[in-house]
Design a protein around this ligand. Structure first.
Ligand code: PGA
Length: 255
């Protein structure tokens, strides 16, 4: 009998870490070494805006690799200096990363802004990956912050469309200290329950992000409620990123 592999999302968040030239070189490395066609897996690369087109042209022919922007437009009708137009973005990307905690903390992005961007992305046929954190929780309700973030998305996403949720604890981002798998398991379960209460659906993919590497990736991907990972630092070299992809595939086969 043919084994059905768990569908997994492996996302690479390159942030602003690479020059346009290094981004191209990394994309070329991924292209030439991703010979083995993994099954039931989507790899999404999020380069910085200036590298988007170059990276896309290199990886375009690999069907399991998609390209995403690290932010999305908020309002297609108003002019906004410094922003990329919605129609441009939708021609060159498949995904947009929204509400990363660095943007929420440093740029003051609110739940409302993230929700507006998610709505617009869905209208344009882009898949938003909405990052959530437990930031404003209390001892009585550690999930309060996540609940507020999810409820605001629901208020805006009137038309059902595909989106992903990435749980990224702030303490785990870029520190080399990933979250405890028990915390990730419980939070993913809570997110699913909340989404099913808010939206009536519990099959939205939930990802984990924060210091993911080749050594710990299997421990997250083997959790029942986790459908993928969002990788920052360890997605910046061909070796470290493809080791993660390989481990993800091994984890699929073990399940
Ligand atoms: P990290 O970054 O893997 O370097 O912790 C993850 C992220 O910021 O999305």
């Amino acid at each position: 009998m043919l084994k059905i592999l768990k569908y997994m999302y492996i996302l690479a968040n390159w942030k602003n870490s690479l020059s346009a030239e290094s981004s191209k070189r990394l994309a070329e490395g991924i292209y030439s070494r991703l010979l083995h066609q993994y099954l039931n897996m989507e790899i999404v690369i999020f380069p910085d805006d200036i590298s988007l087109l170059g990276v896309r042209s290199i990886l375009d022919s690999l069907s399991i690799v998609k390209i995403g922007a690290q932010d999305g437009p908020m309002d297609k009708t108003s002019s906004l200096t410094g922003s990329i137009s919605a129609s441009n973005l939708s021609k060159f990307c498949d995904y947009v990363l929204l509400g990363h905690s660095e943007r929420r903390t440093i740029l003051g992005e609110t739940n409302e802004m993230v929700a507006l961007k998610a709505t617009e992305a869905i209208e344009l046929g882009l898949v938003p990956v909405i990052c959530v954190t437990k930031g404003n929780g209390t001892v009585f309700d550690p999930y309060y912050g996540i609940k507020a973030q999810l409820e605001s998305i629901h208020d805006h996403i009137r038309r059902q469309g595909k989106y992903l949720i990435a749980y990224e604890p702030i303490d785990a981002i870029g520190t080399g200290i990933s979250a405890d798998t028990e915390d990730v398991k419980n939070t993913a379960e809570t997110i699913r329950k909340m989404l099913s209460g808010i939206q009536g659906s519990s099959d939205i993919p939930v990802l984990y992000g924060g210091s993911v590497n080749a050594k710990n990736v299997s421990s997250f991907l083997s959790l029942e409620g986790i459908d993928g990972v969002l990788v920052g630092g360890e997605s910046l070299t061909v070796d470290s990123f493809l080791k993660i992809v390989k481990k993800a595939s091994d984890t699929q086969n073990l399940q």
